[in-house]
Design a protein around this ligand. Sequence first.
Ligand code: PMP
Length: 286
Amino acid sequence: MPDIVYLNGEFMPIEEARIPVLDRGFIFGDGVYEVIPVYSKHPFRMAEHLRRLQYSLDKIRIANPHDDAGWGGLINEIIRRNGGDDQSVYLQVTRGVAKRDHAFPKGIKPTVFLMSTPLATPAPALVESGVACVTAEDFRWFNCDIKSVSLLGNCLLRQLSADVGAAETILFRNGQLTEASASNVFVVRNGVLLAPPKDNLVLPGITYDVVLEIARAREFEVEVRAVSEAEVRGADEIWVTSATKEVLAVTSLDGKPVGDGKPGTLFRRMHALYQQFKQEHMRTPA
Ligand code: PMP
């Protein structure tokens, strides 16, 4: 099946989609996005993703071009047209096209784009082995809660791990854990699951919320609070979470083993519960 995308009111093969060079998404990175995992053709946590989209749009003062029913229709249609059971739906809204000027132009229409790619969740071998990560100082801006397409900081930080064949770059700001370049981070110490709070320094991950929801429902001991760099470096377990990674164990940090260098007990429990949670979701009507 060809890759079908949606651009400003029309579905078309990806090769035919064209954006004017003066689109502010291209010129300034002036836009926001979402990535929604789809399991067995069911978008996972769509309401939560659309709520976060609204939050990002409000923060950068773009009027939402669609209501939730409108978005739901577009998302389900892109899933249908692309055909696979498990997909990753990407949607992006930019401020639109205007003569280049930093200040917001008046009266322009946002650009709306959706595409879908096959969902590649981590292979079982990776879940079994865990992944290596490196660390870096979080030099990004103070609005990391906005899911902005201005991702240069995240790309530069992710590349630090890519350069050494690691899966992610875990970030510290002033000695405190924030998140990773494209994931949230959890830490386990003495049987307690620690999570940095959702503030302006981290993206409020949808997977982060699912993991906390499962942890609380299953009576894991949970503390949502600032986590220091020292606590991360001395952790029994470290996890990274995102829509496409789901929950992954970090088994090496800056070349040193995390805990005993194998995915930990709490990780194994959480990973199994997460898969179960997905299965239950797939049984609910789309
Ligand atoms: N933090 C950052 C910086 C991200 O880019 C992402 C998503 N790729 C996440 C956290 C995780 O968010 P979600 O669980 O909604 O995918």
